[in-house]
Write a protein that binds this ligand. Sequence first.
Ligand code: SF4
Ligand code: SF4
Length: 114
Amino acid sequence: MAKELKGLLVDYEFCSGCHACEVACKKSHGLGAGQYGVLVTKFGPFQKPDGRWEMDFVPHFGELCDLCADRVASGRKPSCVHHCQSFAIQYGTVAELAEKIDKTKMALFVPQGQ
Ligand code: SF4
Ligand code: SF4
């Protein structure tokens, strides 16, 4: 049976841009300056066709993300998921996360090499 892919689902409507996920990842993985498992990026502000302004913070996951394999193996949530006070990041199988996508401001990340 094929291995079930795991991923991270971000609901960036609720991301406050606090960067706690970045800090948690760097600390748990001993990453140095300029190294990130997750990096929070600001998009905007943009003016929409209806005249209103919009700005979002969106976490992006890079090559150093190993989905917190050691933490998960011991029954814990990935560090970024655990430390996000907005509950904006979920961990799970790609299949179960994909079923939770029900609006535009969500993004599903599937890391390489798992
Ligand atoms: S995903 Fe969560 S922890 Fe990361 S910046 Fe957004 S609100 Fe903060
Ligand atoms: S799942 Fe783990 S390794 Fe990946 S970004 Fe989150 S804290 Fe970093």
